[in-house]
Design a protein around this ligand. Sequence first.
Ligand code: TYD
Ligand code: MG
Length: 456
Amino acid sequence: MAKVRSVYICRECGYESAKWNGKCPECGQWNTFEESEAAPVKAASSKSRSTAVYSSDSILSLDRIDSDYHETRYSTGLTELDRVLGGGLVKGSLVLLGGEPGIGKSTLLLQICKHLGKNKTVLYVSGEESARQIKLRADRLGVKDVSLGILAKNDAEAICTTIEKEKPDVAIIDSIQTMSIAGINSSQGSISQVRECTNLFMHTAKNMEIPVFIVGHVNKDGAIAGPKVMEHIVDAVLYFEGQQNMSYRILRAEKNRFGSTNEIGVFEMNDDGLSQVANPSEMLLAGRPWNVSGNCVACVIEGTRPILAEVQALVAKSAFSAPRRTSSGFDYNRLYLILAVLEKRCGLFFGGLDVYINIVGGLWLDDPSADLPIAMALYSSVTDKMISDKITAFGEIGLGGEVRSASYIKQRIAEAERLGFEKCIVPSQSLKNIDTKKFGVKVIGVSNIKQAFAEI
Ligand code: TYD
Ligand code: MG
């Protein structure tokens, strides 16, 4: 009998090795190798290559392929989720919804059944909760009078066969870590089980042309357990983020074959499930202090939507010889760059001072135009000069201290106006073709950071 060959696979990044390693050479994580059965390898030499060939009919001309938009996309009933998906759920797509345990993944998916189940059949497969527990949750969420089937099982092959037989319009698998294939000699949630189960669901989604959602728990480092191997199989990877003790949640696309990955969706967890937050700026700015220095409101673009977020900076005397710099929600290296520009171009010195930056609401600002509000917040904190709560700013900062142009100017100014701001500090470069008098907010163009500071 042929000997079964083993391979060792890294749980974090999927790197395969013939021998066990303490440290993964690919991702550098320790103690992540798991033993797994290697798939039999067939030599692909020309001698042994199969003679099968696809007929010319199987090659479709691009113009003849039907891609009617309304046919191939379903609305989930939650506009925030639809936006992150790129305009709705695509037929035949496999969507991975990742997030920490308890963040609200099952709640979100059960809630979309409320809308989808009205005119479509949905199969909800749960390997985590019993049918009765799901029913209790559905009652609480007000999911009733829908065609929703619950299957509390975890044999992935049997589930796929059931999907092929029952032909639901949408299938939900909660969660991939509880699914298993009997023929694979490793435990549930192991890398080979997760990979093979995902492959199986992918085939089912493509064959049946139905959208399939897969829930994946992330481990404490933020990676989906059994992670990268899954991310490249599926069509879209959505992450559900937020802090357990805060009520709002942010849905973000990490990968999307059918839409942009810049969009975010904002939800709030209430007693009766998740509700959509159509105006995240209002939520993010609620409860803002108005009489302290170091606060500035940034107007950034997330995807195609302007969002106003509060930037907080605290500059304090350091007790250490090497002062601390911490940044939450903003790129750490970018903070160093801004500090260097402030030192060199404005003569503000941060040596011997600790610097803390925080973006309120767990938001991550990767729009370069967050530079100016960060610089203003730092300036405000170091000089102890308060910035009025009616001022908002945006603009990228260059190494010469210049404020560079930004995109979506009109949308940003309109959002500031809508939320009752009185002054909007913007890069003057961007105002060339814009009539600033049209807005109900005073628009001030600045070309360098000194001019911006003079407006505080
Ligand atoms: P859940 O969807 O079970 O999380 P996941 O599937 O990501 O592990 O969400 C569980 C959390 O949500 C739990 O802490 C309670 C909270 N929750 C509410 O606050 N309100 C609700 O209506 C529901 C259903 C859950
Ligand atoms: Mg769950």
